[in-house]
Structure formats: structure tokens, C-alpha cells
Design a protein around this ligand. Structure first.
Ligand code: ZN
Length: 502
């Protein structure tokens, strides 16, 4: 490739840098910014987002892409140049399809609804925001319309988060998953519940953070290329491949919150830290889809962090960190407590078994709302009925029902949730494949040797960034397309033993 290619890279790097600047301001907003900075910060972010959008839709960039495409297409399709040009074209094409006026109108609508939701949710007043949510559904359909023709109106919205994934495929996958999970939850919750009292004692914040950070570091989160700070809603963010940060929250009276949030976000961060360094400052230097990203966080949080093998090797260290609280608590009691399954109302607090049911419910409602099969006014009752059917609980308030998640009140209806369930499925399929490559993985995990698993994930998943799609990565790494079987097998084996199911 030639000077034109270098010019293309320089322009893409400028776009990347504007996005990084916005991400840095968002990180600051969620961690250290004083309340007084809110209004100006909103304006600053809007400016940076607009400049980034302008960079991407600049006709000069499109011309450069056109000029380098023939040469890139002559190269091996797996080459850096071919992958970069393909991904960059896709980003430019997507950004150019949506009129600037729509972007501005949706941003204004979204800000207003979010502001109203922060008040309506605690007041349990769904009626106050229902008209604005109906408008969101309409705007989501309009957004999808920019990408017509499509098979399903949800497809362009799903594609934003999980490129290449379609509503039809998800419906089939999720119907199968739901049909298996509902009876599994019934069987588990018919057994005596786990006692979580050992997690609900007084645990000093600093000691909790020190333990969680030590484990994340042992997993392989590189503190020299990252840092951890406190926030309200934990997240991971990246400013460059050398600066990938995680945030967490800590409660004195709940040992599990900070610990598992840290392991989860560290899983996201290790994905980004292990992307091919040659991709730096290009559109390839990112996780390839939201679902794949979630598979990495869930794998380290659950498949490793909530496993018996891990705690056989690490419970002693936790007891040593909290001798007064856990000194007399047997490993088995602790292990059952961190894996309690219950019929609960809130998605973000849900256990591994019920979690996907919370997600599938939301996905199905997004499809029905976009298709016009479900009216926004009927959403609260539809939600209660579905919770009763799937999880055997009925929320007493809409605050704990259809108003609980921020997603629909701060973004599109459509594509907002499927990634979480896809991540669960992928996490089990990846772990299975890693286990085939390293049959002694559980022993390594017990011994605190996480290098083999981390390197397997690095070589098979992380290194590719966006150069490969999630489907390509799953197929190449596990030898088969994504399916529900590994996840269901994992749940049945683990919880069958925990709850003595037959
Ligand atoms: Zn996550």
C-alpha cells in the first residue's frame, strides 16, 4: 500500500482521537466531575460527537477510501489493509446513511426522555413518560428506515450493537433458550434456597477493593495500561490500547457487588488490552460486537470467578482478608451464596440461570413494539404477565418492571439487550473450547494460573479486534456456529450439583 493508504490511516486516526476525547470526558463525568460541570459537559460532548461524525462523513475520507479500495481488494482478504478498508467503509457508509438532522433530533429527544425517566422511575409514574417512549419507538423505526431494505425493522438496530446478527436468527435462538430455561428455573427454585447471610456482613470498602483488584490483576488485567476508579454504574472504557480503564462500585454490606463487578469489567478490559497493537488508532482496534464483548466479561466473572475450582484455590485468601466475617464460614456455604438462584425482578441483580430470561423478555418486547404489535401503553401489563409466566414473579411497580433499565430511556428501542444473552451463550462455548485445548484448565484455575486461559482467549478472540466478525471468531475458535447447547449444559451441570437436581 502507498501514500494514499497512509493518508487514509491519518484521517481515521483523527476520528479515533475525537472519539477517545469524548470517551475521556464521559469517564470523567461518571467518576470525578463535580455536579456543577454537568451542563457544560453535555455541550462539550455534543461538540465532540458532532466533530467525530463530521470526520467520518467527510467526502474527502470517502474519496480516499474509493482510491485505496482496488489495491486493498487485490491483497489477501485477511490482510490488515483489506480488513481495515472493509471495516472503515462500513463505518463511513453507516454514518452517511443517517441524516444529520435526524441525529440532532434524536439526541435532543433522548436527553429529554432520560431526564424525565430519572424522575418518573422513583415516582413509579410510567404514564408521565409513555408518550416520549412512544416517540422513541417511532424514531427507532425511522432510524431503521435509513437502512432499508431490511428483513426486519429491528435488524438495523441490532446491527449497531451486534453486526451481522438478525432478528429472525435471534428469535429462533432465544425461543429455544427460553424453552429450556423456564423449567430449569422452576426446578431450582423448588429446592431449598441458598443462604447468603455470609455475604451480607460489614466488609470495609478498601479491603474489598484491594482483594478484587488483586484477583483482576492475577487474571491478567494490566494495571500499567489501565486503572480502576469508583462510579455508580460500573463500566469499562478505552482511550487507546495502552489505556483501558475499569470502574466499580462498592457496598460495605455486600461482599459480592464490588468483587464480581471488578472481575466482569476486567474481562471487558482484557479483551481490549489484547487487541493486535498494529491496529492502534484504527477502527479495527475495538471489540468486534457487544455480544462478543459481553462473552469476555461473563467468562471471567462467571465461568472462572464463580466456579468451585477458582474458590477452592482462592477462598483461603478471601478468608484471610476478612477473618472476622468469613473465618468460620465453610467454602461450600460461600460457594452456594455467590451462586444463589432466585426468582427476581431486576435484570442487573439476576443470577446466571435467570439472567437470560430477563434479556429475552426485553428482546421480544422490542420486536413487538417496533412491529406495532404491542402499544407502549400496554407495555406495563405485558411486562407483568411475562414476568409471571417466565420467572414466577410479578412486579408490584413499573419502577421494578418496564422502567427499571435505562436503555430505552436513553437510546433506541431495538438492539439494546440481545448482546447480554448472546454473551452468556458465547462465554460457555468459548470456555468449552478452551477446555478442549487445555483439559487441565480447572486445575490451573484452582492453582491461580490464568495464563493459559488468557493466552487462549488472546490468540483466538482478543487479537482480532474488529478485523473478524463475532460469527467468524466463534466458528474459528470453537469449531461450530453459536448454539445454546454449551451454555445449557454448563448451567445444568453446575446448578444440578448445587441444587441436587435429578
Ligand atoms: Zn458487561
Amino acid at each position: 500500500m502507498d501514500a494514499t493508504f497512509d493518508e487514509l490511516r491519518a484521517r481515521l486516526a483523527e476520528h479515533n482521537d475525537l472519539q477517545a476525547a469524548a470517551a475521556l470526558l464521559r469517564w470523567d463525568q461518571a467518576t470525578y466531575m463535580p455536579e456543577g460541570g454537568a451542563a457544560a459537559r453535555g455541550r462539550q460532548l455534543a461538540t465532540l460527537d458532532r466533530l467525530a461524525h463530521d470526520k467520518l462523513t467527510d467526502p474527502a475520507l470517502a474519496r480516499l477510501l474509493d482510491r485505496v479500495t482496488p489495491a486493498a481488494e487485490r491483497e489477501d482478504e485477511a490482510s490488515f489493509a483489506a480488513r481495515l478498508v472493509r471495516v472503515a467503509r462500513r463505518d463511513v457508509e453507516r454514518a452517511s446513511r443517517v441524516p444529520g438532522a435526524f441525529v440532532a433530533a434524536f439526541a435532543a429527544h433522548r436527553a429529554e426522555l432520560y431526564e424525565r425517566w430519572t424522575k418518573a422511575r422513583p415516582a413509579n409514574d410510567f404514564a408521565a413518560i409513555a408518550p416520549l417512549l412512544a416517540r422513541t419507538v417511532e424514531l427507532s423505526r425511522q432510524y431503521a428506515g435509513c437502512f432499508a431494505p431490511y428483513d426486519h425493522v429491528a435488524d438495523p438496530l441490532i446491527d449497531l450493537m451486534d453486526p451481522g446478527v438478525r432478528a429472525a436468527g435471534l428469535r429462533a435462538l432465544f425461543a429455544e433458550l427460553r424453552a429450556q430455561l423456564v423449567p430449569l428455573v422452576e426446578a431450582i427454585t423448588a429446592a431449598p434456597p441458598a443462604d447468603v447471610a455470609c455475604l451480607r456482613q460489614d466488609f470495609p470498602e478498601a479491603d474489598q477493593l484491594a482483594f478484587a483488584t488483586a484477583i483482576a490483576t492475577k487474571f491478567g488485567y494490566d494495571g500499567a495500561r489501565g486503572r480502576q476508579d469508583l462510579t455508580h454504574h460500573p463500566f469499562m472504557t478505552k482511550f487507546s490500547l495502552g489505556d483501558v480503564r475499569i470502574t466499580t462500585r462498592v457496598y460495605r454490606d455486600d461482599l459480592s457487588a464490588a468483587l464480581f463487578a471488578t472481575l466482569h469489567e476486567a474481562g471487558h478490559a482484557m479483551y481490549e488490552q489484547n487487541i493486535d497493537p498494529a491496529f492502534e488508532a484504527t477502527p479495527l482496534a475495538e471489540g468486534t460486537s457487544a455480544g462478543l464483548h459481553e462473552s469476555q466479561s461473563r467468562l471471567w466473572e462467571n465461568q472462572v470467578g464463580r466456579s468451585l475450582a477458582f474458590w477452592r484455590g482462592h477462598y483461603g485468601a478471601l478468608q484471610a482478608a476478612f477473618p472476622a466475617q468469613l473465618g468460620d464460614v465453610p467454602l461450600d456455604t460461600f460457594y452456594r451464596a455467590i451462586n444463589r438462584v432466585q426468582r427476581s425482578l431486576i435484570r442487573t441483580a439476576a443470577d446466571e440461570v435467570t439472567y437470560s430470561l430477563h434479556v429475552i423478555l426485553r428482546f421480544d418486547f422490542e420486536v413487538d413494539l417496533l412491529e406495532g404489535k404491542l402499544a407502549v401503553a400496554d407495555l406495563p401489563e405485558a411486562w407483568r404477565a411475562r414476568m409471571q409466566a417466565d420467572l414466577g414473579v410479578r412486579p408490584a411497580t413499573d419502577a421494578d418492571g418496564c422502567m427499571q433499565d435505562v436503555h430505552w430511556y436513553d437510546g433506541f428501542v431495538g438492539g439494546a439487550f440481545q448482546s447480554y444473552a448472546l454473551g452468556n451463550l458465547m462465554s460457555a462455548q468459548f470456555f468449552d473450547a478452551a477446555l478442549r485445548a487445555h483439559p487441565d484448565l480447572p486445575d490451573q484455575i484452582e492453582a491461580g494460573e490464568f495464563g493459559p486461559l488468557r493466552r487462549w482467549l488472546g490468540a483466538n478472540v482478543h487479537v482480532h479486534g474488529r478485523a473478524r466478525s463475532a460469527d467468524e471468531i466463534v466458528l474459528a475458535a470453537t469449531g461450530r456456529p453459536l448454539s445454546t447447547a454449551p451454555y445449557l449444559d454448563y448451567l445444568r451441570a453446575k446448578y444440578g450439583a448445587l441444587y441436587a437436581l435429578r
